[in-house]
Design a protein around this ligand. Structure first.
Ligand code: GDP
Length: 499
């Protein structure tokens, strides 16, 4: 049908596009937004470092810190005060704002960051996958203390060996499309000796090697020695609790502070001009309306839009659109703008975006004329015209990269759990098309088994029809992770959706 083929993709007004594309630093542009996932082995210091960052950026007040320090000291864990900023607390519940676990907002000189705090524990890898799938960049935290780095960096992926999460997080984030990292070499205050350059260099070379093996480009990785606990090398403008440590570090370190390193990220490329795709992460109903939280991964959405929710296929009207915004100091570090018309904090350029959310934005939508029971986490919101919809299918061909170690080889017919953005579904590898040892360029056709460390082309059948797209069309809907028995076994890219 010609009509279906000719439907133009909705485009942003030229003035907004100009503000988004401008490289000017005069404040006349719409600020660049990056989703940053915090990764690393359990106890590496992720929460503490995130708390320190929020404090340094004035997103939490000294008063709140003092309150937490008092409370933490009274239970004999004074060092936990900073970490508490990143853990959901009672006051958030009192105010009734549901904050996605670990999601915070940080405004640096260059970027508006959404911070996704991925739990380090092995049991939480599925949460880590959904966080990482929506990330543009990563902050990998490794502990520099003796034995702790080694434990966190131990090989995993074999059921008989409980490995560290550092490697798995690196492999997963590369598989899910994260290409730039800041690596915080943390706890150097407690290294032996403290602030030891050799220790930093040793960890740097180990982690860098592994990152390069996994396809990261050295130019997109920055290593940064820090102490989240004492605040050393977070920002030049901070008052540091450990002056001696800072001096010791400055003797040999001339690189960026953590904040400077984060501002060194490249802005993400967004598909503003592509058809709308928004992934639902949370649903709640309110009278006749349904409130949906989610993330726009492609195109843009505005109030007044008519949309379709897939795979269910129900239509809805968008009556309200709010982008996630930075809140004021002392309040919750992450919130959605209140419906009141006070936009004093936003520049005139940001005001152009009232009622619009763009690719890369976290968004809260109010939908009308749809049954909330039909909407769930993992649904995809699109424009309803057939030519603007993604495919809803059950079978696809993919390139998968298998973990270094595999407890049981993969054979034709192997059952797995496929994780994609915020969902997981049972799936079967129904055909092994070809495989090759990573990087040797000699593919074997119709292999009988797939073992650790190989790259393979396979056909996968899902237990139900889902919104799936070729990864070069839409990263968020075309990348996935395969797990089996609680272990990650592969990361993959959809090459061809099959009907
Ligand atoms: P997470 O599990 O990665 O979030 O780690 P936490 O932030 O909860 O920290 C784990 C433990 O390491 C806590 O006892 C922290 O006080 C401690 N810690 C975190 N950062 C540092 C640091 O820079 N130096 C030292 N010495 N200890 C730290």
């Amino acid at each position: 049908n010609n009509n279906a083929q000719n439907m133009p993709i909705p485009q942003l007004p030229p003035n907004i596009l100009a503000s988004l594309r401008s490289n000017s630093t005069t404040g006349e542009v719409i600020r660049s937004h990056l989703s940053l996932v915090i990764l690393g082995h359990v106890d590496a210091g992720k929460s503490t470092l995130t708390g320190r960052l929020l404090l340094s950026l004035n997103h939490v007040s000294q008063r709140l810190l003092q309150k937490y320090q008092k409370a933490a000291t009274s239970i004999g864990k004074s060092s936990f005060a900073l970490a508490w900023f990143t853990d959901e607390d009672d006051s958030e519940r009192e105010r009734g704002v549901t904050i996605d676990i670990g999601t915070k907002f940080a405004k640096t000189e260059k970027f508006d960051f959404t911070i996704l705090d991925a739990p380090g524990h092995k049991d939480f890898i599925p949460n880590m996958i959904s966080g990482t799938a929506s990330a543009d960049c990563g902050l990998l935290v490794v502990a520099a203390t003796t034995g702790e780095f080694e434990a966190g960096f131990a090989r995993g992926g074999d059921a008989s060996y409980s490995g560290g999460q550092t490697r798995e997080h690196i492999v997963l984030s590369r598989g899910l499309g994260v290409t730039q990292f800041v690596v915080a070499v943390n706890k150097l205050d407690a290294a032996e000796p403290a602030w030891c350059q050799e220790r930093f260099e040793h960890i740097k070379s180990m982690v860098l090697d592994f990152l390069k093996q996994n396809g990261f480009k050295e130019a997109r990785i920055t290593f940064c020695p820090v102490s989240g606990l004492t605040g050393v090398n977070i920002s030049n403008s901070d008052k540091v609790e450990d002056e001696d440590g800072w001096k010791a570090l400055k003797k040999w370190y001339k690189g960026p502070t953590l904040l400077e390193a984060l501002d060194g990220f490249s802005p993400a490329k967004r598909g503003y001009e592509k058809p709308l795709r928004a992934i639902v992460t949370d649903v709640s109903s309110e009278g006749k309306h349904v409130n949906v939280r989610g993330r726009v991964v492609q195109g843009f959405i505005q109030s007044g839009d008519n949309v379709v929710v897939l795979p269910v296929g129900d239509d809805a009207n968008v009556v309200r659109v709010e982008r996630g915004k930075a809140a004021q100091e002392g309040s919750s570090p992450y919130s959605f703008a209140s419906p009141s018309p006070t936009t004093s904090s936003s520049t005139s350029n940001e005001a152009q975006l009232d009622g619009i959310a763009l690719a890369g934005d976290t968004v809260e939508l109010t939908l009308a004329n749809i049954d909330s029971a039909r909407l769930m986490t993992g649904c995809v919101i699109c424009h309803p015209h057939p030519s603007l919809r993604p495919k809803v299918e059950q079978r696809f061909e993919a390139r998968i990269s298998i973990m270094e170690r595999l407890a049981v080889p993969i054979i034709r017919g192997s059952s797995v759990l496929l994780h994609m953005h915020s969902i997981d579904v049972p799936a079967v590898l129904n055909k092994l098309v070809s495989s090759e040892k990573r990087g040797d360029g000699k593919p074997r056709q119709n292999p009988r088994v797939l073992t650790g460390g190989v790259t393979a082309t396979v056909e996968i059948t899902l237990s139900e029809r889902l919104v799936i797209e070729e990864s070069n069309e839409c990263k968020a809907l075309g990348r996935f992770v395969l797990r089996r028995g609680g272990d990650t076994i592969a990361v993959g890219l959809i090459d061809k959706v099959l009907s």
